[in-house]
Write a protein that binds this ligand. Sequence first.
Ligand SMILES: [Zn+2]
Length: 262
Amino acid sequence: MARKQFCPRNHDTFVTGRDDNNYCLECKYLHSREFHAKHRDEEIRKSAEWRKEHKEEVIENNRVYHLEHQDELNAKAREYARDHQEERKEYMVGYRIENSDAIKEQHEKYLEEHEEEIQKWYDEHRDKINAKQREKNSTPEGKAKKRLYYLANKEEIEAYKKQWAKDHPESTKISSLKAKTNRGLRVVPWGRDGLKEFYLNMPDYMSEDHIIPLCGDEVSGLHVRWNLQYLPLIDNIKKGNKCTPEEATKHYERILIEAGLK
Ligand SMILES: [Zn+2]
């Protein structure tokens, strides 16, 4: 039996085709669309209900789907982010303002839970991070930003600094001395060995003494381990900044002999 070319809706079924039941495929497609359009609200409601009842299944399905389509999804997300950069920025700013408390809380919780990992990562990347931050801070905008931040958080920052100094007496001693002596360029990069140990092992009743004073009237010594000795504070005060070239020569001679160079 020859097939009829046109369906009751006058579609050319030689072009659209028919299904196994001889039903026009174009009509079938239209019918399905009409049906869904008519029952749209009901279908959405039903689907939402189903998802609610099968929450875990939905989550699992999503997880599997994302795993299977990872690359594709990531590429799509990147593309979308690139095309909507400005919008996204604006949205994020608004979001952050509206949810600042929740974000802060979440952030703190995360830091607490990952303290060790974060510390480890930071230790490994410290030099890079510090260099980057220094570079940032050295620009005019960076300086202004830093200043504003300081003014806004002055009390907290000062309290933190004080506590840190208390917790790290040896570092504090070194850095305050460094600050003082750096001005006279008496700290040299090749002479830092043993400085920390010197301060760590200093007896309570002693003070550090630069054998050749850093800012002597006639000669100036360096802030290096071989120019440091423990001296009772009172003797240190008596000694002052006096050191003659002869005394300096003697001291360096002693060091050379000790080092087996003379
Ligand atoms: Zn048809």
